[in-house]
Design a protein around this ligand. Structure first.
Ligand code: NAD
Length: 476
């Protein structure tokens, strides 16, 4: 018997899609229309660096335009290829649909190791890549709006926004051409933390789902739960920081490129992050044990496993040794279709990527709306809200003194009640609401249908149904 073969990332996504549509009743042809990737543009361009021209290869893939603009991050990594961007673009379609962000799916990537270039060189490369995409409307506020992903962040998004503005000097909505920008360049409070914050909100909602907890064999709350994370980048860092500082989780393992750190008493996420920033890896960190074969730590005994680095890390070669009863896919595609099947058979509960890491695109949606409305959230109503609250507090205090009861509002209550919401609070509230509602829509299908055994299939069912409805509304 031949050894089981692992599929490519795109085949994995298609296979999970096919598994879900087999349970649906879509008209012939529509299923394929939704599954296929509409277009992928490949660009090769040269940049003069260090005295010679270097050629780079980049992609922008558009999976589905049932809603426009289409949306999806731009990744800088040596692993970027057409198969990967197409898989990621497809996931974006399903993700946006699931969390009701009104976008189609897209994704971009540049085949580059950003650590090999200094800031000025990276700016030249990013601007040139952006130029190539902008001139083909593959970056455009009403057609295609990128965001950060692996290897990119606020800095790259600011360069892209500026490049677009230079090439479209009369476009009043120019800033909405990309999200994940720094605050001073049209960004929104809470975008940098958004994906990690969304992972935290997703876990909180999961822990409110009694039946889901039973299926995972977990009890109690998040307090004291043992967490292993892979990748302490934007997503992994914020998720574990919030889970440890606000929910009492213990981060017992952190896996990075050069190895892993473990400490049964819990690691200090900030201290580890600062160590990585200074030394380029986790090796040598003084307050934990170092394990050179980092991937082995995925198999560590823990309550929650958070793969937050790259795709395909849990697959047919290691899935049967994963001990965590609950995996939350903070990265895109960390579990292959083969790995997924093994874990499902074992009863492991997987909170799927299209939901788990949707916090990023959700807050990107808020940023895009902010850019189009040209006003910061909360600017109009915050002080009015505060003065109305002040009225209530004054009245309560007057009643208390007039009636002689002598009640006194606790200062803590007064401060919290009187303060109107700023942009960050509004963003977090909108994100929390989005993550709760999306989970509830999956939960209904997961617990309500006998033929749906896992959250991933439930997520696909909910999202494909919505994509299909918008195609139907267009007459397709
Ligand atoms: P990032 O570049 O900030 O962080 C990635 C981290 O993973 C880095 O710390 C890197 O050193 C580490 N890493 C790389 N290879 C590794 C390996 N082999 N083993 C262990 N660690 C390794 O990227 P990010 O933005 O945090 O994205 C991580 C994942 O989350 C990706 O799959 C991305 O598509 C997904 N995601 C990101 C966002 C976002 O808003 N940034 C949104 C949705 C999904």
């Amino acid at each position: 018997m031949s050894a089981p073969q692992e599929m490519s990332f795109r085949e994995s996504v298609d296979m999970m899609f096919n598994r879900a549509v087999a349970l649906m009743d879509l008209p012939p042809g529509l299923e394929e229309k939704i599954r296929v990737c509409n277009a992928t543009y490949t660009v090769r361009f040269g940049v003069r660096l260090r005295g010679k021209i270097q050629t780079f290869t980049g992609y922008r893939s558009v999976h589905s335009e049932h809603m426009e603009p289409v949306k999806g991050g731009i990744r800088f990594s040596m692993g970027v290829n057409q198969d990967e961007v197409e898989a990621l673009a497809a996931l974006m379609t399903y993700k946006c649909s699931l969390v009701e962000a009104p976008f189609g799916g897209s994704k971009g990537g540049l085949c580059i190791d950003p650590r090999q270039y200094d800031e000025h060189e990276l700016e030249l490369i990013t601007r040139r890549f952006a130029y190539e995409l902008i001139k083909r409307d593959l970056i455009n506020p009403s057609q295609n709006v990128p965001a950060p992903d692996m290897g990119t962040g606020e800095r790259e998004m600011a360069w892209i926004a500026d490049q677009y503005a230079r090439m479209n000097t009369t476009d009043i909505n120019a800033k909405a051409c990309v999200t994940g920008k720094p605050l001073n360049a049209g960004g929104i409070a809470g975008r940098v933390e958004a994906t990690g914050r969304g992972v935290q909100y997703a876990l909180r909602e999961f822990f409110r789902d009694e039946l889901g907890m039973q299926k995972a064999g977990l009890t109690g709350g998040l307090e004291g739960k043992r967490v292993v994370v892979q990748g302490l980048g934007n997503v992994g860092y914020h998720a574990t920081k919030f889970l440890s500082e606000e929910d009492g989780c213990k981060i017992i393992g952190i896996i990075e490129r050069d190895g892993a750190l473990v400490d049964a008493d819990g690691l200090n996420v900030d201290a580890v992050q600062q160590w990585i920033a200074k030394h380029g890896g986790v090796a040598g960190y003084p307050d934990a044990s170092f394990i050179e074969d980092g991937a082995k730590v995925l198999e560590e005994e823990c309550d929650i496993l958070i793969p937050a680095a790259l795709e395909g890390v849990i697959n047919i070669t290691n899935a049967d040794r994963i001990k965590a009863p609950l995996i939350i896919e903070a990265a895109n595609g960390p579990v292959t279709a083969g790995g997924d099947e093994i874990l499902r058979d074992k009863g492991t509960v997987i909170i799927p990527d299209m939901y788990a890491n949707a916090g990023g695109v959700t807050v990107s949606y808020f940023e895009w709306v902010k850019n189009l409305s040209h006003i910061r959230f909360g600017r109009m109503q915050r002080r009015q809200e505060e003065s109305r609250h002040q009225l209530v507090v004054d009245e309560l205090e007057r009643l208390s003194s007039d009636s002689g009861i002598g009640w006194e509002l606790s200062p803590n209550f007064k401060d919290r009640y009187l303060r109107g919401a700023d942009e960050l609070e509004l963003v977090r509230s909108g994100l929390d609401d989005t993550m709760r509602i999306a989970y509830q829509s999956m939960r209904e299908v997961w617990h309500g249908r006998d033929d749906v055994k896992d959250l991933r299939t439930a997520a696909y069912l909910v999202s494909i149904e919505k994509v299909a409805a918008s195609y139907r509304a267009k007459g397709l």
